[in-house]
Design a protein around this ligand. Structure first.
Ligand code: HEC
Length: 255
């Protein structure tokens, strides 16, 4: 009995001593705030950046991350024409249901197809990624604390581990990822894509563009929402003014 009590005490002291050390290891700096076209009350999506960001997603991120909630036709929202959408879709081979013999068939995606997923299921995704699951990116920016700034910080935060850091095998050191170990290898390199509009493809530019695209994808109705908000506030201000004028008029005879 007494022995058990000692063991419990020992475990407690151990946990207390280990607590701060663990917390220190898991601590990641707050991601620095970036300048985004879409932030603020009057922010809108920089469509050129979002289109470049789609190019980064398509040629880099989509090799590991799915975006199951998006369909190719949704790209009209960042200014792609129906012809461009058809062309983008047809470069992707996706499941197209069953043939007359009941066998699954694949073929070029249509504008109405959901984005191609890189892996058929979660097990295959983990097997290809050292056991880690690349999260679906449809709503990723919204679900991560720190949002766009955090995603940008992770994409640009790969570094050599400091001396003495215990990096597990298959993991990569990242300044901004909790615990500083991430299974995703550094996805962006300079000039990894060639932008059609001549923008120089630095790692920072690619990160900025892909985050703009991912934020649009997770909030395609954000601009309308803000515009409605501004109109509602204007209306309320106007109504307040009007009500005041009417009140003065109605009470003007009462002394
Ligand atoms: C080689 C495969 C691969 C590529 C390419 C890749 N990722 Fe990842 N990504 C992963 C894996 C695996 C994880 C899970 C990491 C973990 O849990 O340690 C991940 C995690 C992330 C996270 C962290 C999510 C979280 O929960 O905090 C972000 C953000 C992210 N990826 C964004 C991107 C973006 C943006 C791109 C394209 C520029 C990209 N990734 C390209 C494999 C990849």
């Amino acid at each position: 009995m007494r022995l058990a009590r000692f063991a419990l005490l020992g475990a407690l002291v151990g946990a207390l001593a280990a607590g701060p050390a663990l917390a220190q290891e898991a601590e990641a700096p707050t991601p620095p705030a970036q300048k985004w076209s879409f932030s603020g009350l009057f922010g809108t999506f920089d469509l050129a950046a979002a289109q470049r960001g789609f190019q980064v997603y398509e040629s880099v991120c989509s090799n590991c991350h799915s975006m199951r909630l998006l369909h190719y036709r949704d790209l009209a929202g960042i200014g792609l024409t129906p012809e461009q959408i058809k062309a983008v879709a047809s470069h992707n081979t996706v499941p197209l249901g069953l043939n007359d013999q009941g066998e699954p068939i694949t073929g070029p995606a249509l504008p109405s197809s959901p984005f191609r997923s890189p892996f058929p299921n979660e097990k295959a995704a983990r097997a290809a990624n050292n056991g880690a699951l690349p999260p679906d990116q449809s709503l990723m920016v919204n679900s991560l604390p720190g949002g766009p700034d955090f995603v940008y910080a992770v994409l640009t935060g790969y570094k050599e581990p400091p001396p003495g850091f215990n990096l597990q095998s298959g993991m990569n050191y990242n300044e901004y990822f909790p615990g500083h170990q991430i299974a995703m290898p550094q996805p962006l390199q300079a000039d990894q894509v060639e932008y059609a509009d001549g923008t120089k493809a630095t790692i920072e530019q690619e990160a900025h563009d892909v985050v703009t695209f991912l934020t649009w994808a997770a909030n395609p109705e954000m601009v309308q929402r803000k515009q409605i908000g501004v109109r509602v506030v204007l209306f309320l201000v106007l109504m307040t003014g009007l009500t005041y004028v009417v009140k003065r008029k109605v009470w003007s005879d009462v002394h």
